[in-house]
Design a protein around this ligand. Structure first.
Ligand code: CP
Length: 306
């Protein structure tokens, strides 16, 4: 087995193209396993993984749990809401106590940007960042890029558009890093106050013109309006946002080619995407979810030897 160059997966920023390609190659093998009648391999037998989620999750949590089960790992699930965090225990004490029970790997989602990196400086186990606040969501970016490579064969010089709440989106930043490493051209589009100042310095384009951007792109990844992270009002109403930047079939009919429609989930139907588009043949939203399990199996398997 080849190994990744790092002991952890904290973000895509520091992951090499070679490592991304190794993850994709390994995921391809695991995807074949997942399509067998018996979807299980013994690769992580005797490894114990703790899934530590301090924020809500459906896809990522279940996807990691299934990935671990398909690899025959032992699993513990930590629920912050019913834990001794509520009695004042720190993050480091919490994780070190879990590790004292002979846990080998930690998958963590946390609302604080940099939480996974912080933890990596204090504990002795492999850490996978399952989303840290508005910072990075590396496994989402990898499954998004993997899904795109299945559809477009490779991403070199392909035009990929990210639409919506870029400023609050960890998916956006991880996607930008990942897509660029794979040779894609990346553009963000949305209301000006949902796009971070100076984001062009990452080497991407910015546009406020949705129709022109849809004509430019090969694939559009539509990001959720993250009301839970918005202390201020960024636009007058969801209806106003939807009228300006929501994707519906009428807008897509004005684009002179078929474009791939992506969404990391959860979807706000009728806000950033209509049901007609989300459930259309152009949508790969459920392919993304399916590929997430194989991608996460690959990451856990490759990290387990580091
Ligand atoms: N895409 C994603 O992270 O979804 P969840 O918040 O449901 O895990």
């Amino acid at each position: 087995m080849s190994a990744l160059s790092s002991k952890h997966l904290l973000g895509i920023k520091d992951v090499s193209k070679k490592d991304i390609q190794l993850i994709f190659k390994t995921a391809e093998n695991f995807k074949e396993v997942l399509n067998r009648p018996i979807k299980k391999v013994p690769s992580l037998r005797d490894i114990t993984v703790a899934n530590i989620f301090f924020e809500n999750s459906t896809r990522t949590k279940i996807s990691f749990e299934l990935a671990e089960k398909r690899l025959s790992a032992d699993i513990v699930n930590f629920n912050s809401g019913t834990s001794s965090i509520n009695k004042g225990e720190t993050l480091i004490d919490t994780v070190n106590n879990i590790l004292a029970m002979k846990v080998d790997m930690v998958v963590m989602r946390h609302p604080a940007p940099g939480a996974a990196k912080f933890l990596s400086n204090h504990i002795d186990a492999n850490i996978v960042n399952a989303g840290d606040g508005t910072h990075e969501h590396p496994t989402q970016a990898l499954l998004d890029a993997y899904t795109l490579t299945e559809k477009l064969s490779n991403l070199s010089n392909k035009n990929i558009l990210l639409v919506g709440d870029i400023i609050h989106s960890r998916v956006a930043l991880s996607n930008i890093y990942c897509l660029q490493k794979l040779g894609a051209n990346v553009r963000v589009c949305g209301p000006p106050n949902l796009i971070p100042n100076h984001i062009e310095s990452l080497g991407i384009e910015v546009s406020y013109d949705l129709k022109e951007s849809l004509n430019w792109c090969d694939a559009a990844n539509l990001l959720r309006i993250q009301l839970e992270r918005q202390d201020d009002k960024y636009f007058p109403s969801l209806r106003e946002y939807s009228l300006q930047y929501g994707i519906n079939q009428e807008i897509l009919n004005q684009v002179d080619k078929d474009i791939i429609i992506m969404h990391p989930g959860p979807i706000n139907r009728g806000v950033e995407i209509t049901s007609q588009v989300a459930d259309s043949n152009n949508s790969v939203i459920l392919n993304q979810v399916e590929n997430g399990v194989a991608i996460r199996m690959a990451i856990l398997y490759l990290l387990s030897s580091n």
